[in-house]
Write a protein that binds this ligand. Structure first.
Ligand SMILES: Cc1cc2nc3c(=O)[nH]c(=O)nc-3n(C[C@H](O)[C@H](O)[C@H](O)COP(=O)(O)OP(=O)(O)OC[C@H]3O[C@@H](n4cnc5c(N)ncnc54)[C@H](O)[C@@H]3O)c2cc1C
Length: 483
């Protein structure tokens, strides 16, 4: 990339996307597909943001296990768009083994799975047979699910309430919260029910469990995340004509007198420089966005700094033999939340590599490795008895302290939309107002929304609506009769 110390025009209808996470990559692809000349700037040497891979000896390690659901239509579009759908397939049908290790009579396996029946019957048999709840709890879960279905996640009043209180007021026992609602909710929302906005919980659980029979079928990458979010994403962008510049950190953003935008860069292979463009998409975390936003770009920009962050810890253990005969398992009665078999995806050829995905990991996130080892290896012995005779060949952890925004009650007020008050400047990121919690789905949706906002300024239309998006409102129904 050639950098100059004066602003460099890149031509009419051009855009700079700042941030090479899923939101930024999506925005860049969407803009380029619509005929815009795009430069994407990423501060790190790689793309993929919070969902990436690195090498450790013979292993390729993901910074954290990522899954998506069949209802994640935007992320599924992303996978198709970069040519990675076949590398991250979905289960044919939801099937989650859940092992309770704390029963006096010994460990017990239950399953959350769906039948090939319409909603809500698809989960009926599984719930009725779920051994980790009493009969009375199972009946009450059904009633709470029906009440959840009647909620409107877009009602701002819901965002002020916490999901835990709502569950308690709908007859859910602490055991039902632990063995069902939190089992799903902690993994998808990165917080326990009592700490979660009812609006976000209702959105996720309604969409995942009650929108369509197959909505909660689980998908995950059978290759390192970096293959999808870096290698394939880069290839797709370059084929679409996007100029991808890594190790380039944006440090300033100003609107020039001629109405174009100027992006300052201080880091990068060629040293400092500036870029000019008609439109800019900021697809960076809230603090970085706040630091770059020109005054007056969004109402009460200070609220961005009030968005909290929640940690996710992954505990990685390599055994000398196979100890888990399923792709994943969830734990009850143990600090272990979810365990995934990473062997094939990591390139390991002997033994088995497990990753423990620990969400809402506030207590563990700063604990020394030795302490985590002393805590988690015995727990693995309870959950997976075959580990008892196995040798641990490697043990390490990955810590993501700002894995997601905190989905606390009131967070909805803090999340800005894609459009800013300044023409040509749009915001993206899983933390923006997508209605979704901090997920890959939210990130991709935000990128599409920001690209649309930028395209409006450029007087262009998106090249195509995607099949999961609602059709635009018919002209006659637009407010004020505007057509
Ligand atoms: C351990 C872990 C597990 C997770 N599990 C799941 C899961 O199972 N399912 C799921 O859907 N989601 C999961 N998530 C959440 C998901 O990864 C994120 O929501 C999503 O990747 C966020 O993408 P983004 O593009 O919005 O932001 P980011 O990924 O944060 O991307 C922002 C990018 O901007 C770059 N940047 C910042 N400042 C600048 C600057 N000034 N100039 C240039 N570049 C800059 C950063 O380097 C970064 O690459 C998980 C996250 C973690 C960390």
């Amino acid at each position: 990339m050639t950098r100059t110390t004066t602003a460099r025009a890149t031509g009419p209808g051009d855009a700079v996307v700042v941030g090479g996470g899923l939101a930024g990559v999506t925005a860049a692809l969407s803009l380029a597909d619509s005929g815009v000349r795009v430069t994407l700037l990423e501060g790190r040497p790689r793309l993929g943001g919070l969902a990436f891979s690195f090498r450790r000896g013979e292993l390729t390690v993901d910074n954290g296990q990522h899954v998506y659901l069949r209802c994640c239509t935007a992320y599924r579009w992303f996978l198709e768009r970069v040519g990675g759908a076949g590398l991250a397939p979905l289960q044919e049908r939801l099937d989650v083994p859940v092992v309770d290790v704390a029963r006096p009579a010994g460990r017990r396996l239950g399953r959350l799975r769906r039948d090939p029946l319409p909603v809500p019957l698809h989960l009926g048999r599984s719930l009725t047979a779920y051994p980790h709840l009493t009969l009375a709890d199972r009946a009450r879960v059904g009633r709470a699910a029906a009440a959840l279905y009647r909620l409107d996640p877009e009602d701002p009043a819901l965002d002020e309430q916490d999901f835990g209180s709502w569950l308690a007021s709908h007859g859910q026992s602490p055991r039902a919260v632990e063995a069902l609602w939190d089992l799903i909710g902690v993994a998808t929302l990165n917080a326990r029910a009592g700490d979660v906005s009812l609006a976000l919980a209702a959105m996720v659980l309604r969409t995942g469990l009650l929108s369509e029979a197959g909505a909660a079928d689980i998908g995950w990458a059978r290759v390192p995340l970096g293959d999808l979010h870096d290698t394939l994403a880069r290839r797709a962008m370059e084929a679409a004509g996007v100029r991808v510049v890594t190790r380039a950190r944006a440090t300033g953003l100003t609107r020039r007198e001629d109405g174009r935008w100027q992006v300052d860069l201080t880091e990068g292979a060629d040293g400092p420089g500036t870029l000019a463009a008609d439109a800019v998409v900021l697809a960076v975390p809230p603090r970085e966005t706040h630091a770059l936003l020109p005054a007056g770009a969004v109402e009460d920009a200070g609220r961005l700094l009030e968005i909290g962050h929640s940690p996710i810890l992954n505990v990685h253990v390599v055994y000398d033999r196979t100890v888990l005969d399923a792709p994943f398992v969830a734990g009850l009665g143990t600090p272990i939340q979810w365990v995934f078999d990473r062997t094939a995806a990591s390139g390991l050829t002997e033994g088995q590599y497990l990753a423990l995905s620990q969400s809402a990991a506030h207590e563990d996130i700063d604990a020394p490795v030795a302490e985590l080892r002393a805590r988690y290896l015995p727990e693995l012995e309870k959950l997976l008895p075959l580990t008892r005779g196995a040798r641990v060949r490697d043990f390490f952890v990955t810590r993501e302290r700002t894995a997601t925004f905190t989905p606390a009650p009131g967070v909805g007020r803090l999340r800005p939309g894609a459009r800013t008050r300044l023409p040509g400047l749009a915001l993206a990121g899983a933390w923006t107002a997508t209605g979704w919690p901090a997920t890959m789905e939210g990130a991709v949706r935000s990128g599409l929304g920001a690209a649309d906002a930028a395209l409006t300024t450029l007087g262009r239309a998106r090249h195509a609506r995607l099949d999961f998006e609602p059709a635009p409102a018919p002209a006659a129904s637009l407010p004020g009769g505007a057509a």
